[in-house]
Design a binder for this molecule. Structure first.
Ligand SMILES: [Zn+2]
Length: 257
């Protein structure tokens, strides 16, 4: 009956593979990538990109319980410039695309809990495309002091497929539009399609356009001090994941493979 011992061993190995407990917890600047906050019915079945409001609040509870502090880009910029320390366990909560549910479902939670986030907007979609936020909503969120905005291009273009001229247009025009509406510098940029959307040719143009931060979809935790001003990694809590997954995400920077 010695083979019976193989059962718990197999369960243990499967759990280790599933949640990757063998990864060593990392310190540094955590950034989380979200898209929709809502129900899957509301978001066309975009399951991995949709976290329900209840689940998002549970995740905020977990961050708080484990001593994480949501920070804004200003704090990151200051800490990088002066070498001063960030708060213990800093986390940037980021949301891509500027979906309407960010205003309807996320913003009330942020106000209730006084939590800061960053939204990356596709500026041609604002007030133009159904399902995306309007300029009025952008301004209301901006005035709350809880939401900062970065650019996610004019048109959600796959930048590496464009000419240099068109890449610069996507980068500079979206930045300009956001600055004109908000009256503050727009210093953060997020690549559409993540790592598949940019290459070595695109990245220098992001800085040429005047951005200080570039965010990808590559998972991980950013080593701090942020020496080479590298593209910021973001962990990706997917819709339907458990809180155990989320714990692995926030301590290891990624769960699953
Ligand atoms: Zn996007």
């Amino acid at each position: 009956m010695i083979w019976l011992w193989l059962i718990p061993l197999a369960v243990l190995l499967a759990a280790a593979y599933r949640w990757q407990f063998w990864r060593i917890p990392k310190k540094g600047l955590l950034a989380l990538m979200y898209h929709h906050i809502g129900t899957v019915e509301q978001t066309d079945g975009q399951f991995p990109f949709t976290v329900t409001p209840q689940c998002f609040e549970q995740q905020l509870d977990m961050l708080q319980k484990h001593g994480f502090t949501p920070v804004g880009l200003e704090e990151v910029k200051e800490a990088a410039r002066t070498g001063r320390r960030l708060p213990a366990k800093p986390v940037l909560l980021t949301f891509d695309d500027g979906h309407l549910d960010n205003f309807e479902n996320l913003f009330p939670i942020l106000k209730k809990r006084n939590v800061k986030v960053i939204l990356f907007l596709i500026t041609d979609y604002i007030g133009q495309k159904p399902g995306y936020i309007s300029w009025e909503q952008v301004l209301e969120m901006h005035q709350s002091g809880l939401v900062q905005f970065g650019s996610h291009t004019l048109s959600h273009a796959r930048l590496r497929k464009l000419s240099e001229e068109d890449i610069l247009r996507e980068l500079t025009q979206s930045k300009k539009v956001l600055e004109e509406h908000l009256g503050v510098p727009c210093e953060a940029f997020c690549y559409p399609f993540g790592s598949g959307g940019f290459d070595k040719r695109v990245r220098p143009l992001v800085f040429k356009a005047g951005y200080l931060f570039d965010f990808s979809t590559k998972p991980g935790i950013n080593p701090w001090p942020w020496k080479a001003k590298k593209t910021l990694l973001r962990a990706f809590p997917r819709g339907g994941e458990t809180l155990t997954d989320f714990y692995v995400q926030i301590t290891r920077g990624k769960s699953k493979f």
